[in-house]
Design a protein around this ligand. Structure first.
Ligand code: PMP
Ligand code: GLN
Length: 379
């Protein structure tokens, strides 16, 4: 068998979570909460199952959920989107991203992404026959370099993949970054895939969004995830907003990848969203407190804390502790102190050789964070 993805192995999330479970370590590697979602949402999901919402949903998503999503986007971003033609519910943001790439990238097209990047982007581009070109984001700020970006543009560039707030670095773009992106691509035939799954987890000023850029939004596919916004990573319900002509193409893929997303979960989310005053209520404040618990508990340790402006990930530089490469360091860390982390080199096409940085997920009970920090501070 000739592999279509010869350089891809099992994801780091699967590997590190399995190692953490096997060795009984505190798992701050894969990003998921260790606390339960809102009990009312769970009740709604149970009721949805018991009252018979158990057959296929419409391919594009339950109309009442799409209605609730349109309301959310209007309230939060002041953007009006068509419930019929511009919103598609998918089985997680992952499916949305995969569908969009499969629909937009032709054989030989070039796709620009930023280095480091979330791990599913490049394999999806490769399977579509595209070629990835990456713009380096440098520690500790991981700011995009728009001159370097412009140099990568060519007649073959078809898609730009952006992600803010950014996994794995926790950095957030500024409004001027979206404007720079727009200026660079305006005169070209290029689309944007904006992964905004951490849209409500940003600290300080509002996170920027393609939804709020009057021009970019006409060229973009914007991806969101209920997993991140409602502490439900295992439900795998996401959605994608795109202009009608892009949505038509995206749905051609979606209908054959999954056809539709779990009906009772869509029903529960729709009812929940309609009952909420604000979809994003308190999420940023909630996670900022967790970030600060972790940062404070590690302040006197030998780790250096990098800035964290959004997401539920905190980067730590361990160069004062060890010379090991980050993958080896994370394996060692599990045995040494019983804490599982993610080595960030796996998100790079070309990781800087001397970089010694790991990622911790702080979507955890305070007691989990404090115990993990106590262990890490022993090093
Ligand atoms: N994009 C990014 C940046 C993510 O961090 C994640 C979740 N880890 C996803 C996409 C996938 O989201 P979902 O679980 O909804 O498929
Ligand atoms: N997005 C999660 C993370 O970055 C992992 C999702 C997954 O395991 N596929 O940790």
């Amino acid at each position: 068998l000739t592999s279509k993805l010869p350089s891809v192995g099992t994801t780091i999330f699967t590997k590190m979570s399995a190692l953490a479970a096997e060795k009984g370590a505190i798992n701050l590697s894969q990003g998921f909460p260790d606390f339960p979602p809102d009990a009312r949402l769970l009740e709604r999901a149970s009721q949805a199952i018991l009252t018979g919402n158990n057959q296929y949903a419409p391919m594009a998503g339950l109309p009442i959920l799409r209605e609730a999503i349109a309301n959310l986007i209007e309230r939060h971003y002041d953007r009006k989107v068509s419930v019929l033609d511009e919103i598609t519910v998918t089985s997680g943001a992952s499916e949305a991203i995969f569908d969009a790439i499969a629909a937009l990238v032709h054989n030989g097209d070039e796709v620009i992404l930023f280095d480091p990047a979330y791990d599913l982007y490049e394999p999806a581009v490769t399977l579509a026959g595209g070629i990835c070109r990456r713009v380096t984001l440098s520690a500790p700020e991981f700011r995009p370099d728009w001159l370097a970006f412009a140099e990568l543009l060519s007649d073959k560039t078809r898609l730009v993949l952006i992600n803010t707030p950014h996994n794995p670095t926790g950095s957030c773009w500024l409004a001027e970054d979206l404007e720079s992106l727009w200026q660079a691509i305006a005169s070209r035939d290029i689309y944007v895939l904006s992964d905004e799954v951490y849209e409500f987890i940003h600290f300080g000023e509002s996170a920027v969004s393609v939804h709020k850029h009057s021009e970019l939004k006409k060229r973009s596919v914007v991806v969101s995830s209920f997993g991140k916004s409602f502490h439900l990573t295992g439900w795998k319900v996401g959605y994608v907003v795109a202009p009608a002509e892009l949505t038509v193409e995206l749905r051609k893929v979606h209908q054959f990848v999954s056809f539709c997303t779990a009906t009772p979960l869509q029903q529960a989310l729709a009812e929940h969203l309609m009952a909420l005053p604000e979809a994003s209520t308190g999420l940023a404040v909630f996670y900022q407190q967790k970030r600060d618990v972790l940062r404070k508990a590690l302040a006197d340790s030998r780790f250096t804390l990098l800035p964290c402006e959004g997401t539920y990930f905190q980067l730590l530089d361990y160069s004062a502790i060890s010379d090991m490469q980050d993958v080896a360091f994370c394996e060692w860390l599990i045995d040494a102190v019983g804490v599982a982390a993610i080595p960030i080199s796996v998100f790079y096409q070309q990781a800087p050789k001397d970089q010694r940085i790991i990622r911790l997920c702080f979507a955890k009970e305070d007691s989990t964070l404090l115990e993990a920090a106590r262990r890490l501070a022993q090093l």
